[in-house]
Design a protein around this ligand. Structure first.
Ligand SMILES: [Zn+2]
Length: 64
């Protein structure tokens, strides 16, 4: 039997997408490592939703 008991320390988040929120003055913007950026939001919660939405369904993915 093989002991494959090694789990990667880095969790698999989507397809290389890692969106975070950045504050721009009084606005918050969601940004991803893939280069995607969401619209400027007045609330950080909104930007977080944008980031979550992008990671859940990133635009420009595989053609339907
Ligand atoms: Zn992305």
């Amino acid at each position: 039997m093989h002991a494959h008991d090694q789990t990667p320390a880095v969790p698999d988040v989507g397809n290389g997408h890692d969106a975070t929120t950045t504050e721009r003055g009084s606005f918050a913007v969601a940004r991803c490592v893939c280069g995607w950026a969401g619209p400027a939001r007045r609330s950080r919660d909104r930007a977080r939703l944008d980031a979550a939405g992008h990671m859940a369904a990133p635009p420009g993915g595989r053609g339907a």
